[in-house]
Design a protein around this ligand. Structure first.
Ligand code: AMP
Ligand code: FE
Ligand code: FE
Ligand code: ZN
Length: 289
C-alpha cells in the first residue's frame, strides 16, 4: 500500500474541533503514516500531539502556521516545521505571536463598548472554553447577547475586516516570519501559495525574496489547490530547491468539507522535509560566512 501523509492540520488549541490527541487517533484510523500539527500562531498543542504519536506509533511533526503581512496582499501564512516543545527558549519566543492576539482582543472589546456592545474578557474566556480567543468567539457572544441576529451580521457589520469595530492584529511581515522560524531552527514553508493571489512572475520574485530570509519549502498539495496547479508549484519547488510539502488543512467540523488525508500527499515529501531539517544547521552556518 502507498504510504500517505498530511502535514497541515489544526486542533482545538487554535481553530479546529479535534484535540491534538484526537487528530493523531483520527490519522491512525485513516491509515496515514506521518502527520504534522500546524495550529495558527501557537505551538500550545504540539507536546500532546507528539506524545500521542508515540503512543499510537505514527510519525508526527510539531509545527505552526504563522499569519504574516506583505504589501497589500491578504494575510500570508508561513508554516514552520520541527518545533521542539522541550526547548523553553523557542516555545517562549513563539508566545509573542499570541500576545499580539491578546492586545487586539482588548482593543476590540473597547471598540465594541464604544459602539454600545458590552462584551467582557470573562465572557469571552468562557465562550472560548480553553481555545485561543478569536473573532468567532466575539461573534458567538454578540449573537447570544442579542446584539446581532447571527455571526454573519457580527462579521459583516462590526468585527469583519471591513466592519465598524475592526481592529487589525499586529503581525510580522512575511520575510520576518520566515527568518524568525529559520533562526530558531524551525523549517519555514510557504503555505497554500494559491491563496496569496499572486501571478506566477510575482510569486517567483516573492520566493526569491523569501529565500534570502531562509525559506526552505513550499506547500504544493492542499485542499484548496487544484491538481493541475499542484504541478506548477511542484515545478517551482524543484526550480528553487524548496522542499515540496502538502496537507489537507483539516479543521474538523469548523471546515466540514475538508477531510484529513485529502488530497493525497506522498510519504516522500515527509522524508525530504526531515532531510531538510537535518541540513538546516549547516545551511545556517554557511549563510553566516
Ligand atoms: P481572528 O484570528 O481572531 O482574527 O479570527 C479569524 C477567524 O474569524 C477566521 O479563522 C474565521 O474563522 C473567522 N472569520 C473571519 N472573517 C469571517 C467572516 N466574514 N464570517 C465568518 N467568519 C469569519
Ligand atoms: Fe484556520
Ligand atoms: Fe492557512
Ligand atoms: Zn491552516
Amino acid at each position: 500500500m502507498r504510504k500517505l501523509i498530511d502535514l497541515h492540520m489544526h486542533s482545538t488549541v487554535s481553530d479546529g474541533t479535534y484535540t491534538p490527541s484526537e487528530l493523531v487517533r483520527h490519522a491512525k484510523e485513516k491509515g496515514l503514516s506521518a502527520i504534522a500539527l500546524t495550529d495558527h500562531d501557537t505551538a500550545g498543542g504540539v507536546k500532546e500531539f507528539l506524545e500521542e504519536g508515540e503512543k499510537q506509533g505514527i510519525e508526527t511533526i510539531a509545527g505552526i502556521e504563522i499569519s504574516s503581512l506583505f504589501e497589500g496582499y491578504p494575510e500570508i501564512h508561513v508554516l514552520g516545521y520541527f518545533i521542539d516543545p522541550e526547548n523553553k527558549d523557542v516555545m517562549e519566543k513563539l508566545n509573542f505571536l499570541q500576545d499580539a492576539r491578546k492586545v487586539r482582543n482588548i482593543k476590540l472589546i473597547a471598540r465594541l463598548k464604544e459602539l454600545g456592545f458590552e462584551v467582557t474578557w470573562e465572557e469571552l474566556e468562557k465562550e472560548a472554553n480553553g481555545q485561543l480567543i478569536g473573532r468567532p468567539h466575539f461573534a458567538a457572544l454578540m449573537v447570544k447577547k442579542g446584539f446581532v441576529k447571527d455571526t454573519n451580521e457580527a462579521f459583516s457589520k462590526y468585527i469583519g475586516n471591513d466592519g465598524l469595530a475592526f481592529v487589525p492584529k499586529e503581525k510580522l511581515t512575511t520575510p520576518e516570519a520566515v527568518s524568525f522560524l529559520f533562526e530558531n531552527g524551525i523549517v519555514p514553508v510557504l503555505a497554500h501559495p494559491i491563496l496569496i493571489g499572486m501571478n506566477t512572475d510575482d510569486l517567483i520574485d516573492f520566493i526569491i525574496l523569501l529565500k534570502k530570509s531562509g525559506l526552505q519549502g513550499i506547500e504544493v498539495i492542499h485542499s484548496e489547490i487544484p491538481e493541475k496547479e499542484s504541478r506548477k508549484y511542484l515545478e517551482l519547488a524543484y526550480r528553487f530547491n524548496l522542499v515540496p510539502t502538502g496537507g489537507s488543512d483539516f479543521h474538523g467540523e469548523n471546515k466540514p468539507y475538508v477531510k484529513m488525508g485529502v488530497p493525497e500527499v506522498p510519504y516522500d515529501f515527509f522524508l525530504k522535509l526531515k532531510e531538510r531539517k537535518r541540513d538546516m544547521f549547516s545551511i545556517m552556518e554557511t549563510r553566516k560566512l
